[in-house]
Design a binder for this molecule. Structure first.
Ligand code: FMN
Length: 355
């Protein structure tokens, strides 16, 4: 299994509660988490893209930094770990994204990758006058497909003439090319049929989120589509880890967060997600106040579950969020990672370096 961290680039992480740790996103916080991840030998860090959150007292995700700039900064202060930024195609011309990615690829010496999200919350884009209309929910993966074709064309050749439905490039230059020439890994989180097909066709890794049944079926479906297309795809599952020395303790932390639900913010999220009738977000991704599914329990319980995913599903890696990204990553390193390694659940261990 590969392991990564979903960086806290927006306020308060992935729990919409007044009782969970409250914090603002800063470069210093993200740097500290990323250096910890690198020092413990994890494979990658990834930041999401977010332009508007859900209001309420906690103003959940109403504060978010820019993903590309954040990852450029992190690329400069790390040496080994994979660095992924997220982009939503409506917000950035593909020639700009290709050049920005090539720049971070250079800063990181070939460690950069890009997460392409099709867009599920129209309010993030309509506030900027960028939302093409609700028909975009059906069309978004076609748009992303042409967008990514342009990006890859520029990386391949350093210049591109392209006349498409959405983009028109006339001998457009993008030089120098990435260190990995045409090969910064591309990830996506396609969970709908269209999303999965787009991901298998154009990306290296698919992110999934949901309960065990959903993760099992989406990861299997991804491999099945890949086999049909003669492609390969890895699947990484997303979890917020709520860990403590005993299952009871971890459960009571989980319940404490639930007890403090920011109802107004949560309603804002529900309104936003109800607009997306074409995707799978509504049922699968955003079930409750936990924006990422939770893995709650003592270290043994958590690692039992990871072992189950590794043995009985097509999941190839995990992406973790934490309630407290400093304290809880330390706990992960001290109590959980050694168990993961002892049970042989890692593909490879990137050489660890002393902090
Ligand atoms: C790990 C992970 C990261 C994601 N990052 C973002 C993001 O940065 N911005 C965003 O708008 N959506 C993000 N999403 C949502 C997905 O882009 C997508 O809407 C969702 O997985 C539903 O799939 P569908 O588009 O096929 O319906 C993420 C989902 C996952 C699982």
């Amino acid at each position: 299994m590969d392991f990564g961290i979903f960086l806290p680039i927006a306020n308060n992480g992935w729990i919409i509660s007044k009782n969970s740790p409250q914090y603002m996103p800063t470069f210093e916080l993200n740097k500290e988490v990323t250096i910890k991840a690198e020092n413990m030998g994890l494979d990658f860090v990834l930041s999401m893209v977010k332009f508007r959150g859900y209001g309420g007292e906690t103003e959940h995700w109403d504060y978010a930094m820019d993903s590309f700039n954040m990852m450029a900064g992190l690329a400069a202060v790390t040496e080994r770990i994979g660095i992924f930024a997220t982009v939503q195609p409506l917000t950035l011309h593909p020639a700009m994204a290709a050049r920005m990615a090539a720049t971070i690829d250079d800063i990181s010496n070939g460690r950069f990758g890009m997460n392409v999200v099709a867009g599920w919350n129209k309010y993030e884009y309509s506030q900027m006058g960028l939302w093409p209309g609700d028909e975009f929910y059906n069309d978004r993966y076609n748009y992303a497909e042409e967008w990514l074709t342009v990006v890859k064309g520029l990386w391949d050749n350093g210049r591109l003439t392209h006349k498409g439905k959405y983009f028109d490039l006339d001998d457009c230059l993008c030089q120098p090319a990435p260190v990995n020439k045409s090969n910064p890994p591309i990830v996506c989180a396609g969970m709908s049929e269209k999303g999965l097909r787009f991901t298998v066709k154009h990306c290296n890794v698919n992110f999934v989120a949901g309960d065990l049944e959903q993760i099992t079926s989406v990861s299997a479906k991804g491999k099945q589509i890949a086999a049909e297309m003669g492609k390969e795809i890895k699947t990484y599952a997303l979890y917020t880890l709520i860990a403590a020395d005993t299952d009871e303790e971890a459960q009571s932390i989980y319940q404490h967060f639930i007890d403090g639900t920011d109802q107004d913010s949560f309603s804002g999220l529900q309104t936003a997600r109800s607009n997306d009738k074409a995707g799978s977000t509504t049922e699968k991704l955003l079930g409750d106040i936990y924006l990422a599914p939770t893995l709650t329990g003592a270290p043994e319980t958590i690692v039992d579950f990871i072992e189950h995913l590794s043995t009985n599903t097509e999941v190839d890696g995990l992406l973790f969020a934490f309630p407290d990204f400093i304290k809880d990553t330390d706990y992960f390193e001290e109590k959980i990672l050694p168990l993961i390694e002892a049970r042989g659940l890692r593909n490879k261990v990137i050489q660890k370096i002393e902090a």
